[in-house]
Design a protein around this ligand. Sequence first.
Ligand code: GDP
Ligand code: MG
Length: 177
Amino acid sequence: EAESLDLKNRRVKLVLLGDSGVGKSCIVLRFVKGQFDPNNKVTVGASFLSQTLKLGESTIKFEIWDTAGQERYASLAPLYYRGASAAIVAYDITAPESFQKAQYWVKELQKHGSPNIVIALVGNKADLADKRALQREEAETYAESNGMFYIETSAKTADNIQELFQSIASKLPGGSS
Ligand code: GDP
Ligand code: MG
């Protein structure tokens, strides 16, 4: 019985990549603690949090590597995403340059990340709709043509945060889609 439990309980390394300030740490904080702290301190180095999620009969334990410094020291990034089965590449829908940076990270993961890594392209700060600078369609088209899925989230309102991690879980090998 212990063995069948093991098969259903998986640990998944997940990394967050993206420009500084797009809301990576807030996304993690919202998912793991259900909180939003507008004064959230800048992550120094890497912070590590885990959270389990139910997917049908399985329990998936996300081991989440939230990084800072990779924004400035791109050469350190491979240390973070090595062995990752999943990545969240985030940008801020109000900041076009952060979308450019997201594309850089996607290429980096495609070149040097784990084969079959599940990548979620995330347009965060969806609550700031009046300041939107990037149309959803543009990101969707880019995601589709690169084999990723796209979702817009708000760490502030919690919109689509749970869905983001559920979707990643379902796209892992052996997931439901
Ligand atoms: P990181 O550098 O990517 O980890 O970004 P942070 O998580 O530290 O967030 C940067 C800033 O954006 C902070 O001031 C947050 O309060 C703000 N922020 C993060 N997520 C959201 C969001 O969904 N909506 C809004 N309006 N602000 C957000
Ligand atoms: Mg951070």
